[in-house]
Design a protein around this ligand. Structure first.
Ligand code: RNT
Ligand code: ZN
Length: 421
């Protein structure tokens, strides 16, 4: 798309939005306040780099597909992330899993330290990309029983408590070096396939283990701990220790950040509707933006109704002051760099739509009891020239507008990912 077409389309769009009281310039200035925490794990199907050829093992999560071109080393993964950064507008973050450290020799999960992540920090500094972090409580022999922090086996439990403590230290060290707090998220796979006689016992153990993990105080300017709930997983269909209610209570009583993953609820539940409820009791929420298709399938995020609703609610409920937006999807059946770019652009587009909502008029209609006017405005907003504002945003950030990014991904495939065997 030519620069002049983008500019003139934008001016016309700006007028149409202004007619409904929306300041597009304000929206374009506000969108960069949402750095997206880009998950490292779409590049290599959640395998990690602890050993050569490592793959996702257990944990109730699953990648499907074997499209060629997956990153086989940290160098290849970084090359892919760097390509992604050139195709998405704005500055973002990279969300690392503990299994993505640089291991010149084997180091078990209860012994990792910043040493294995210094290279990532140096790379992040060069890229201008701060890091977030995740404990990795799956793909490990000590997770094979299906229980980690809620295990009744003291040895197993202590191993994972030590792992999480180490991850918090790593996260805090990252926060210090990058001068931006590292969000460290804990998700555990714990649960059971069938009837569980002692839900109470496992959950009591889980609360105690988490308290042990979080016993040491780290400065919030460096480290922010988050906990992520789940409804069920493959092999944990009947019982999940870290359920929504469990972590809702835990996060509120312990002052932790609650993470809501869009795939971790009943398919008919609206995650968007939960935001304003939970924010009555917490200051902030972490979101794992994903696209569940029938189940927690972690499909690539697209601009569908669920992401639009979520993004609208994010903006309506305080925006970047109250939300941290992270991504969580992994599709091994399509071009992985393309998967990243699709999902990141869709998430940003959702947020831009939220920022372009004719909020003042909608609120006025609602508060004056004019339900028809509200509906009419909502319908009108759907056909406003949003694409012109999005293209302008891409042009401002020197990334391809329109469909230009698709060809860029395909040429990267021809030159780079397609040559990986
Ligand atoms: C699993 C959780 C978790 C993982 C990542 C890899 O269901 O969503 O966030 O996807 O830690
Ligand atoms: Zn998640």
């Amino acid at each position: 798309m030519s620069a002049s077409t983008i500019a003139s389309d934008y001016l016309r769009a700006q007028e149409q939005y202004a007619a409904l009281g929306v300041d597009t310039e304000h929206a374009l200035r506000t969108l960069p306040k949402f750095p997206i925490s880009i998950h490292c794990w779409q590049a290599d199907d959640v395998g990690g780099f602890e050993r050569a050829g490592a793959t996702l093992g257990g944990g109730g999560i699953q990648t499907t597909g074997n499209y060629p071109g997956k990153a086989r080393s940290i160098a290849e993964a970084r090359q892919d992330y760097e390509k992604v950064f050139t195709l998405v507008p704005g500055k973002h973050r990279l969300n690392l899993h503990a299994s993505y450290g640089e291991f010149s020799q084997p180091v078990d999960r209860d012994a990792i330290s910043i040493t294995q992540f210094q290279g990532w920090l140096d790379w992040g500094r060069e890229q201008g990309v701060p890091l977030d972090f995740n404990s990795t409580c799956f793909s490990h022999p000590k997770a094979e029983s299906g229980f980690t922090l809620s295990s009744k086996d003291a040895g197993t439990r202590e191993f994972w408590i030590e792992h999480v403590k180490r991850c918090r230290e790593i996260g805090a060290a990252m926060g210090v070096q990058q001068k931006s707090a590292c969000v460290h998220n804990v998700w555990i796979p714990d649960g059971a396939k069938d009837f569980t006689m002692d839900r109470m016992g496992h959950r009591r153990i889980l609360a105690a283990s988490l308290d042990a993990c979080f016993a040491e105080d780290h400065d919030e300017a460096h480290l922010i701990d988050a906990v992520e709930s789940k409804l069920f997983g493959i092999g944990s269909e009947s019982f999940v220790a870290g359920s929504h209610e469990f972590y809702l209570g835990y996060a509120i009583t312990r002052g932790k950040l609650l993470c809501l993953d869009m795939g971790h609820f009943h398919p008919t539940e609206s995650v968007a509707d939960k935001l304003s409820s939970i924010l009555q009791y917490t200051d902030e929420l972490l979101l794992h933006v994903s696209r569940p298709v029938r189940w927690d399938s972690d499909h690539v995020v697209v601009l569908d109704d669920s992401i639009r609703e979520l993004a609208l609610e994010i903006v309506r409920c305080g925006g970047s002051a109250n939300f941290r937006v992270a991504l969580d999807f992994f599709d091994a059946s399509i071009n992985r760099v393309g998967a990243y770019v699709t999902g990141i652009r869709a998430t940003l587009q959702g947020l831009l739509l939220g920022l372009l909502e004719p909020r003042a008029l909608l609120l006025e209609a609602e508060e004056s009891g004019n339900g028809f006017k509200k509906l009419g405005l909502l319908e009108t907003a759907k056909t406003l020239p949003f694409g012109a504002v999005w293209n302008q945003y891409c042009a401002m950030h020197n990334v391809p507008a329109g469909a230009g990014w698709i060809e860029e991904v395909l040429s990267y495939e021809r030159e780079v990912t397609g040559k990986r065997f």
